[in-house]
Write a protein that binds this ligand. Structure first.
Ligand code: GLV
Ligand code: MN
Ligand code: MN
Length: 437
């Protein structure tokens, strides 16, 4: 088996600063693939996602990986082990390639690019496990209003309810996936490889805590649970000039009152975050009283009981406000994902790897959702956070320090060594790594 000391020889041959510069340039290059000129927006199965796959595939192939799309629109690059057999284990390095509207360049994308960088850092060396780098097709849920479509496909939890959903153009998810498969006859089945033994996701923190603690890296221990819902307020359209105020059934005014109540419920509940991020109002004319207002709702907390109680209170408050205004409120809960604890053994390995990289880290709760929370139900999963300057994310000013990226890569390479020891320490012997170049 490869001794921990041998990793130092590999570490010594890698120029992590240069690799970090390449990784950042790649994130910049991928940012130009967008549905919205002047901004970054890349959604599930969109043409810019295809462009993004083309460029990433080229880089992956240059790094000696076998590349394929799967039928859920995920990009999958495989770097084979020293010897491949029916028992060869694999490690997954993954994150997502879709974005929110007017996004930054790093949320998700950096994790995929760093997976590729780690393969490149092996300089042709083969390990006793294969490495699969996955770029998930959807984590943000922008196109269909429900998140994690790529990772849920792998986990086998993309069900009929999701597949029946329509996008803003009325295209059902099942039809979009059918068209995608027809256009990609070489696409492989969207399943998790049966011998995947570990999952590691690099991601920007998207919050201010690491910067506050002057730390480059954090190790995620738990990912907060999240609920997503839509609340439709149904009032009555009317003439803006002739309908007296007491006779109005204004759905948007009801929604406005509810928004303030969502905020106060979140403010009085420690650790709770609640967001109404999208409002659609019909018929949408300046001189017509709004008949229908549909609001999105996103509620998160590390404690599922607290989150569910808050969701209940928030939805009840929509009913109360609507009743007082003699209109209807119709809530639909679309997504409920429990908080997820990541794998203790893998967390310990990540912490050792970060120590090998010469820096301190801290254990953290992630308020943001990540593909790791879907995969964690199926295999040991861990995450490394990189400090987010200013805590800014889901914003074009999202950034990451080049030196933190270099440190993350240094830790990542140590992780590969430690993961290999962990895999083979119990009851198996393995060959030393093989260098093909
Ligand atoms: C993903 O960015 C999320 O909404 O947490
Ligand atoms: Mn995001
Ligand atoms: Mn993300």
């Amino acid at each position: 088996m490869k001794a921990a000391g041998e990793s130092l020889a590999t570490q010594a041959t890698v120029d992590f600063d240069a690799q970090a510069a390449v990784a950042l340039a790649r994130c910049q290059a991928l940012a130009r693939f967008t549905e919205q000129p002047g901004q970054i927006l890349r959604t599930f199965l969109s043409p810019p996602m295809e462009d993004c796959h083309r460029l990433l595939s080229r880089w992956m192939e240059d790094a000696g990986m076998h590349v394929a799309n799967d039928r859920a629109g995920n990009l999958r690059g495989y770097y084979p082990a020293a010897t491949e057999s029916a028992t060869t284990p694999r490690l997954i390095l993954a994150s997502h390639l879709d974005t929110v509207p007017n996004a930054g360049r790093y949320d998700g994308i950096l994790g995929v690019v760093l997976g590729l960088s780690l393969v490149e850092a092996l300089c042709g060396c083969r390990r006793n496990f294969g490495i699969e780098v996955i770029g998930f097709s959807d984590e943000e849920g922008v196109r269909y209003g429900v998140p994690f479509l790529g990772s849920r496909a792998l986990a086998g939890t993309l069900g009929a309810a999701q597949l029946a959903r329509k996008d803003a153009n009325g295209v059902r998810m099942a039809a979009a996936l059918g068209d995608y498969s027809a256009a990609h006859p070489g696409a492989v089945e969207a399943v998790l490889h049966p011998r995947a033994r570990g999952y590691l996701e690099f991601h920007i923190e998207q919050g201010p805590l690491l910067e506050e603690e002057n730390l480059a890296l954090g190790v995620v221990e738990t990912i907060a649970g999240q609920s997503r819902a839509t609340v439709a307020f149904r009032g009555r359209a009317g003439h803006a000039g002739t309908t007296p105020m007491p006779l109005r059934r204004d759905s948007l005014a009801a929604a406005a009152e509810w928004l303030v109540s969502v905020e106060s419920i979140a403010l009085k509940t420690p650790g709770l975050v609640a967001t109404v991020g999208r409002i659609l109002c019909e018929p949408g004319a300046a001189n017509v009283i709004p008949a229908l207002t549909q609001c999105s709702l996103d509620v998160r907390h590390a404690d599922d009981a607290v989150r569910r109680a808050a969701l209940h209170e928030i939805l009840a408050s929509a009913q109360t406000i609507a009743a007082q205004r003699q209109i209807a409120a119709e809530p639909t809960v679309e997504h409920d994902h429990a908080a997820v604890a990541l794998d203790p053994a893998l967390i310990a390995i990540v912490e050792s790897a970060v120590r090998h990289a010469g820096v301190r880290s801290t254990r953290m709760v992630s308020g943001a959702g990540h593909d790791a929370m879907i995969l964690a139900a199926h295999l040991p999963a861990a995450m490394i956070f990189l400090r987010s300057p200013g805590g800014i994310s889901h914003h074009p000013d999202e950034a990451v320090h080049a030196e933190d990226v270099a440190t993350a890569l240094r830790a990542g390479l140590s992780f590969l060594d430690l993961f290999e020891s962990h895999l083979f320490s119990k009851n198996r012997e393995s060959e030393p790594p093989v260098c093909t170049t």
